[in-house]
Design a protein around this ligand. Structure first.
Ligand SMILES: CC(C)(COP(=O)(O)OP(=O)(O)OC[C@H]1O[C@@H](n2cnc3c(N)ncnc32)[C@H](O)[C@@H]1OP(=O)(O)O)[C@@H](O)C(=O)NCCC(=O)NCCS
Length: 314
């Protein structure tokens, strides 16, 4: 990337969907169209974590030098559901969000963020965050601090997952209390399924429900990941569930299956994050993107976020 672009010749303006998507194509062919990408993200928003929440697009911005695009970003309005106060007006229900920053020249990033801030302000939003999976060092240099991390993994549905537990019986559909018992054992709390959006995979061992997953019929995502009761972990049950999930999506003509792990800790390798990543990657999942959430904040000390390799090594 060239960081020495002459700033005085740069302009930042709203651009068309066509120009935006053509520019994305220089970097990333993970999604077929802007429409498909935005619909997929809206379907993920059932999870409501960091970069994944219902949004309204305010603008597509482009930075141009001598009329040629050198950088782009998407500007959104999202609900403000962060747990900790960000030091702004406590009553604010919404905030801005910048996503999908692609740059041919790093020099235009500050100018683009300044313009984005004006657009958000005009739309009544006085604070914002940036979710990004490419430009972490540039954002840090501009004074943004990291506040969340999550990893998006994917599988090609033509692939096969090996292993699993032959004694496991897989059923589709069950009652809430069965799921509650599994999740309270696997990660200590319960997230209710949304039956109109998710199909439930239930793993049984000698008739006992031991594991589950919520398969989102619209996004191809395993919402909240795979869960196995503590006392039954490490016996191939999670692998059997993942196999069934991949079969399920293959039969429904999905090209890919996704899962998202929202990290518990930013600065330390948390044990449950480590186990989850080891499990998914061990079962053939690839890290498509690691999203880091940034916001403007004074950070008295430099934060070091361990690389994914530090979770899965050893
Ligand atoms: C992640 C989870 C679903 C794995 O289920 P499981 O039935 O124990 O997994 P499996 O026995 O099929 O393990 C398959 C492979 O994953 C990896 N793995 C699983 N658990 C692991 C652990 N504790 N440490 C290291 N690697 C692990 C190993 O490579 C393992 O193969 P191996 O046993 O031959 O070495 C389970 O640990 C769990 O329910 N965790 C809590 C809930 C959670 O956080 N889910 C993810 C939400 S995103």
């Amino acid at each position: 990337m060239n960081g020495n672009t002459n700033m005085s010749s740069n302009r930042v303006e709203e651009i068309s969907e066509k120009d935006f998507w053509n520019f994305v194509g220089n970097f990333d062919t993970s999604f077929q169209s802007l429409d498909q990408y935005e619909k997929w993200k809206q379907e993920l928003s059932i999870l409501r974590d960091g970069w994944i929440r219902k949004s309204e697009r305010l603008a597509l911005l482009g930075a141009k030098t001598n009329g040629k695009l050198i950088g782009i970003m998407r500007i959104l309005r999202v609900s403000f559901s962060e747990r900790k106060s960000w030091g702004f007006n406590e009553n604010e229900k919404e905030r801005g969000e910048i996503q999908d920053i692609y740059l041919k020249s790093s020099g235009c990033l500050k100018l683009m963020i300044d313009k984005a801030e004006k657009i958000m302000y005009k739309n009544g939003l006085s604070t914002f965050a940036i979710s990004d999976w490419r430009n972490w060092d540039l954002l840090k240099d501009l004074g943004f601090g990291i506040y969340s991390r999550s990893v998006l993994l994917h599988w090609d549905t033509t692939a096969q997952i090996s292993g699993g537990n032959k004694a496991v019986e897989i059923n589709f559909g069950t009652k809430k209390d069965v799921l509650e018992e599994i999740q309270k054992s696997s990660w200590g709390f319960f997230v209710s399924p949304v039956f109109k959006k998710q199909d439930i995979v239930l793993a049984l061992l000698k008739g006992e429900p031991v594991g589950c997953a919520y398969l989102n019929r619209f996004s191809g995502n395993i919402d909240y990941g795979v869960h196995v009761k503590k006392e039954h972990q490490r016996r191939g049950i999670g692998t059997s569930i993942l196999k069934s999930a991949l079969d399920y999506y293959r039969k429904r003509n999905f090209k890919r299956m996704f899962v998202i792990r929202n990290f518990r800790s930013i600065t330390k390798v948390n044990e449950s994050d480590r186990v989850a990543l080891k499990f998914y990657i061990g079962c053939g999942g690839d890290v498509l993107r690691e999203y880091r959430g940034f916001r403007m904040k004074r950070q008295s000390r430099k934060i070091r976020a361990p690389d994914i390799g530090e979770y899965i090594g050893g």
